[in-house]
Design a protein around this ligand. Structure first.
Ligand code: AKG
Ligand code: FE2
Length: 315
C-alpha cells in the first residue's frame, strides 16, 4: 500500500521499563514484539530503566578517563582470544580504539581490569562499570529467554542461557574535525550471540535495514540498542536477521560507546535444536564452535565477505 509521504525507516522501541515476569500478559506482549523485531530488523531499541541516570553519565566520564591513559597502559589489556583486548592504532581505522574484558557482571572481574589500568585501584571506576554491565547482562538473559520461548522450544532456555558468557567492550572514536564522514568502524555483522550498546551523546552508529537502507541510530537516555548476532541466528536455524552496521564519524566531539556482548562459551558447539529443523526450515548452518569462526575471520581482517556465516558454515 503506497503512502503519499515516504517515512524514513526507524528502529522500533520496545518497553522494558516495567518488571517483566515470565508467563504474564505483559511478558507475552513484549516477547512477541521482540521476536518480530529480531526477524524483521535484527535489532531494536530497548527502553530500559535498570541503569540509573547518574551511572549513565558517570560512564561517559569513566570512558573518557580510561582512554586518556597513556597508550602503554592501555596496551596492558591483552587477551589470547581475538577481539577481547586492546585494539587500536590501525592505519586503516585511525579514529578507533577498543578495549574489553570478560565477565563484567562480576565485580571482582571489573576490579581486576581496573587495577591493570590503575594499579593503586580506583573503586569508583569499578563500581560504574559494574553498575552498567550487570543490568545489561540481565537484560540479555531476558531477551534471549523471550526469543527461545517464542520459537516454542522453551525447554532449551536453561541450556541456551548457560551456553554463553559476557564481555564488555568499550570504544573511543576520535572526532575527525570534518563535516565529511570518516570511517570509525567498518561495516560488519556481530558474530556473537547478542549485543547491547550505549553511547555518550555523540551519534555515529549506522545500521542497514533488510532493504539495504542505512539508518543513523539516535540514542535517548535509557535507550539501549539490541543487535542480534550470527551465533544466535545459527542457534535458531536462521530465523533471525543480523544487520550490517558501521560507525561513521564527523564533527569535533569524540564518541564513546560501551556494549555488553554475549558470546558462546568455549567448547560449546552452536547447533539449532532439532525442533527448529524441519522440511520448511532445512538445516541452515553446519554446527560450529565460535572460537574457530573468530580465528578464521581474524586471519582475514579487512576482507569483505558477503553474508559471512553462510559463506563459512552455510549448508
Ligand atoms: O561503537 C558502536 O557503537 C558499535 C560497536 C560495534 O558494532 C561492535 O563492537 O560490534
Ligand atoms: Fe557490531
Amino acid at each position: 500500500m503506497g503512502s503519499e509521504t515516504e517515512t524514513a525507516p526507524s528502529i522500533s522501541v520496545i518497553d522494558f521499563s516495567t518488571n517483566l515476569v515470565p508467563g504474564t500478559p505483559s511478558w507475552d506482549l513484549v516477547k512477541s514484539q521482540v521476536l518480530k523485531a529480531a526477524e524483521e530488523c535484527g535489532c531494536f531499541m530497548a527502553d530500559f530503566k535498570g541503569i540509573p541516570r547518574e551511572v549513565q553519565e558517570t560512564m561517559d566520564d569513566a570512558l573518557e578517563e580510561l582512554y586518556g591513559l597513556p597508550l602503554e597502559t592501555k596496551l596492558r589489556n591483552v587477551s589470547e582470544k581475538p577481539y577481547h583486548g586492546y585494539i587500536g592504532q590501525s592505519p586503516l581505522l585511525p579514529l578507533f580504539e577498543g578495549m574489553g574484558f570478560d565477565h563484567p557482571q562480576l565485580y571482582d572481574n571489573v576490579d581486576e581490569f581496573t587495577r591493570l589500568m590503575w594499579p593503586q585501584g580506583y573503586p569508583n571506576f569499578s563500581k560504574t562499570i559494574h553498575q552498567f554491565s550487570k543490568p545489561l547482562a540481565e537484560l540479555d538473559q531476558t531477551i534471549r529467554r523471550m526469543i527461545v520461548e517464542s520459537l516454542g522450544v522453551e525447554h532449551y532456555v536453561d541450556e541456551f542461557l548457560n551456553s554463553a558468557y559476557y564481555v564488555i567492550r568499550v570504544a573511543k572514536y576520535e572526532a575527525p574535525g570534518t563535516t565529511e564522514k570518516k570511517w570509525g568502524l567498518k561495516t560488519h555483522k556481530d558474530q556473537n550471540v547478542m549485543s547491547i550498546l550505549s553511547q555518550n551523546q555523540i551519534n555515529g552508529l549506522e545500521l542497514q535495514t533488510k532493504d539495504g537502507e542505512w539508518i543513523e541510530v539516535k540514542f535517548s537516555p535509557d535507550h539501549y540498542l539490541v543487535i542480534f548476532g550470527e551465533a544466535f541466528n545459527a542457534w535458531t536455524n536462521g530465523r533471525l536477521y543480523c544487520p550490517y552496521h558501521r560507525v561513521m564519524m564527523s564533527g569535533n566531539k569524540n564518541r564513546y560507546s560501551a556494549g555488553v556482548f554475549s558470546l558462546p562459551n568455549e567448547g560449546y558447539v552452536i547447533k539449532a535444536p532439532k525442533e527448529l529443523v524441519d522440511e520448511e526450515h532445512p538445516e541452515a548452518f553446519k554446527p560450529y564452535e565460535f572460537i574457530d569462526y573468530l580465528k578464521q575471520r581474524t586471519k582475514e581482517t579487512g576482507k569483505t565477505v558477503e553474508d559471512p556465516l553462510k559463506a563459512y558454515y552455510g549448508v
